[in-house]
Design a protein around this ligand. Structure first.
Ligand SMILES: Cc1ncc(COP(=O)(O)O)c(C=O)c1O
Length: 365
């Protein structure tokens, strides 16, 4: 049996680098509650992401839930269903109604030409997704949000380190959520962050992730517990030192895939958008009119112990937990893509020999 290839593999510092980083925790005994490592990582990320404000969370999902909560929204929130369940769940768990907008064929982000038609007098926010690290049409979203006085909270879980014309993606909208889950380009084992263009709401966001505690004897908000601990932050400090190298290694892998698949009829690859510095976070392939269906390709890979993911299938508007409420037919482009897309293995240490093995199977060689 050939060795298995997972869809992703977590980036890790050397064992020595991590243990050196956590050593002083045995002196301080300060393991969580916004300790030194937490502060160091926030500073490092603010610099790397080129944003004025970063606050860390124990995971990306709770970061998003809190970013939505901090604006005290009501009614309806426009979003897309071509995403991980977390995006929709974060809206629903805040007691808000998700209104699903379709995506664009080109880059799978929210279709701003349809978005405006979905706005009603109940709409309070837009939660667009920079899916696969593709950047939404931020200018048009900004224009619409200002016109209707809506908040914009980006799900930037996939977009760590992405820039548009040199501007860090975390500067767009009112807030952006990044995921630092083990499978992401940059990880803190589990983790996440919110970046804000305007730091004025930052203090409340910090309080919300810590039970709403605002002082030694005052709790002004009904907050939860979503703090990142020191061991997670230490992993982040180490991984941040190597993230550029990791992204460059991913780029080499992506270029090999592209070389092998370019010009093949029925295989559609992700194009890097103009002005965008990509983080090469995913390698989604759309099989449309190809000699094998997406499911057949996935099965052929699985027979060789290679795990690809139907990311994102099903759409969130057809998940069991929402099946009574929404219809995937209202977002036909998202439905079309989700039935044909397969995310192939991609991680920094994926070697060219393994990529060739994957490509041979996909190409039926
Ligand atoms: C698009 C998207 N949103 C939200 C999340 C949630 O992030 P986390 O796993 O860090 O909670 C993820 C990742 O898992 C994601 O891919």
């Amino acid at each position: 049996m050939k060795t298995s290839i997972q869809v992703t593999q977590s980036s890790m510092p050397s064992f020595e680098e991590y243990t050196e980083e956590i050593k002083d925790l045995w002196d301080s005994h300060w393991l969580t509650n916004m300790g030194l490592k937490h502060r160091q990582l926030e500073e490092g990320l603010s610099h790397y992401l080129n944003v004025p404000f970063v606050t860390l969370f124990t995971n990306g999902h709770l970061a998003l839930e809190n970013a939505i909560a901090v604006y005290d929204l009501s009614g309806e929130v426009i979003t897309t269903p071509f995403t991980f369940a977390s995006t929709t769940h974060a809206i629903v768990r805040n007691g808000l109604k998700p209104v699903f907008c379709d995506i664009k064929f080109g880059d799978y982000t929210i279709d701003t030409e349809i978005l405006e038609n979905l706005i009603t007098d109940k709409t309070s926010a837009i939660v667009p997704v920079h899916v696969y690290g593709n950047v939404c049409n931020v200018k048009e979203i900004d224009r619409i949000a200002s016109k209707y006085n809506l908040k914009v909270i980006y799900d930037a879980a996939h977009a760590f380190g992405v820039t548009v014309d040199g501007v860090g993606v975390g500067n767009f909208g009112d807030a952006s959520m990044f995921s630092f889950h083990a499978t992401k380009v940059f990880n803190t084992i589990e983790g996440g962050a919110i970046t804000l263009r305007n730091a004025s709401i930052g203090k409340t966001l910090n309080d919300l992730k810590n039970f709403g505690i605002t002082g030694p004897e005052s709790i002004e908000y009904v907050g939860g517990n979503a703090k990142m601990n020191e061991f997670q932050a230490a992993m982040g400090i180490c991984n941040l030192r190597h993230v550029e190298t990791e992204i460059n290694k991913r780029k080499i892998a992506v270029e090999r895939y592209k070389e092998r698949f370019s010009g093949v009829k029925g295989i559609k690859l992700l194009q890097i958008q103009e002005g965008v510095k990509s983080n090469y976070s995913y390698f989604p392939v759309v099989f449309d009119g190809y000699k094998m269906t997406r499911d057949e390709v996935s099965e052929a890979l699985a027979r060789e112990n290679i795990i690809a993911r139907k990311y994102f299938f099903p759409l969130t508007n057809s998940l069991e937990c929402y099946s009574e409420k929404y219809e995937s037919d209202i977002t036909p482009v998202a439905k079309y893509i989700s039935e044909r897309v397969l995310t192939l293995p991609l991680y920094a240490d994926l070697c060219l020999k393994d990529i060739d093995r994957i490509c041979d199977i996909v190409l039926g060689i």
